[in-house]
Write a protein that binds this ligand. Structure first.
Ligand code: NCD
Length: 304
């Protein structure tokens, strides 16, 4: 039985396959409409979500399957003190596959050790978010036509932003990838990502706090929200939350084929005036998320 806890649980070839299936789903959705008949996906969200949970549910429904779950810990037996392991054991009896989001780093990994059905990590604290990364890879593949030879700017909360950590981990496996890491001093990428992922793989990267400095070199600009829920004090959050606001003038030197991504939700980090720019891909990106999750569910349930 396979789980998806970390993006590296999938080989590059398997990711290619998922992208191919997702593109086929987009082309011919009718072929997939009954693939998961009589199968049930449980979404256990111990932390808020809109896109991730609803796109998982939409994915399963479009595969002809069923969905059940909860969207906040307060409405589950966690509020009574039940352990994650017990919850997983129970829910595994009602479902064939589980997507789980949890504020604690490593919770989905622990769950997977106890589970009788495949577990998908739908975000664990400030750690990882592999299905957002699959969404990002499908978006890059569709919008840029390649996953190699890219200079990628990652901007905002690189410290707590789990989507950034998973995306870097995934991208270093493709050739000629360079990163521009744009963040305020306090929200820099964690040392373990630099040492164990970037440096170990001899990846070229620059750290800066200036969003415009390397704008002209970027093929992708990945904006992120300052992760309010991971801050220890409100004051720091308030000081940092509007550090970057991408607007038309900041894009002046950007390439004409830049792709602007954001995992969403957006707070203030992209001005709404950018939404009409043909380079803005973030709403399309959210749509791609459903198709890649359809491909992932099929893979983990071993349905051809
Ligand atoms: C991201 C997350 O939950 O980490 N959102 C998402 O899954 N689309 C990013 C965020 O919350 O800022």
């Amino acid at each position: 039985m396979r789980n998806l806890i970390d993006i590296k649980d999938l080989t590059v070839e398997e990711i290619d396959e998922l992208i191919t299936v997702a593109k086929d789903v987009m082309q011919s959705p009718e072929k997939y409409a009954e693939k998961c008949k009589h199968k049930t996906l449980a979404t256990l969200f111990f932390e808020p979500s809109t896109r991730t949970r609803l796109s998982f549910e939409a994915a399963m429904l479009e595969l002809g399957g069923n969905v059940l779950g909860f969207s906040e810990a307060a409405s589950s037996s966690t509020a009574k003190g039940e352990s994650v392991s017990d919850t997983i054991k129970v829910v595994g009896g009602y479902s064939n596959i589980i997507a789980m989001r949890h504020p604690k780093e490593g919770a989905p990994l622990v769950a997977s050790l106890k589970s009788d059905v495949p577990i998908i990590n739908a975000g664990d604290g400030g750690h990882n978010h592999p299905t957002q990364t699959l969404t990002d890879l499908l978006t890059i593949s569709c919008e840029k036509g390649r996953l190699d030879n890219l200079t990628i700017g990652l901007c905002g909360d690189l410290k707590f932003g789990r989507t950034v950590h998973s995306l870097i981990t995934a991208m270093v496996r493709y050739s000629n990838i360079k990163f521009v890491l744009i963040s305020p001093e306090e929200l820099k990428i964690p040392e373990y990502i630099k040492e164990e992922i970037l440096e170990k793989n001899h990846i070229e990267y620059i750290e800066t706090s200036d969003i415009e400095e390397h704008m002209d070199k970027l093929d992708i600009l990945y904006m992120t929200r300052v992760q309010k829920e991971r801050f220890f004090n409100e004051e720091d959050y308030v000081r940092l939350k509007d550090y970057y606001i991408l607007n038309k003038s900041k894009l002046e030197k950007a390439k004409s084929d830049l792709a602007i991504l954001h995992p969403l939700p957006r707070v203030n980090e992209i001005a709404t005036e950018v939404d009409d720019d043909p380079r803005a891909c973030y709403f399309k990106q959210a749509r791609y998320g459903k198709f890649i999750r359809m491909a992932l569910i099929l893979k983990l349930l071993e349905i051809k």
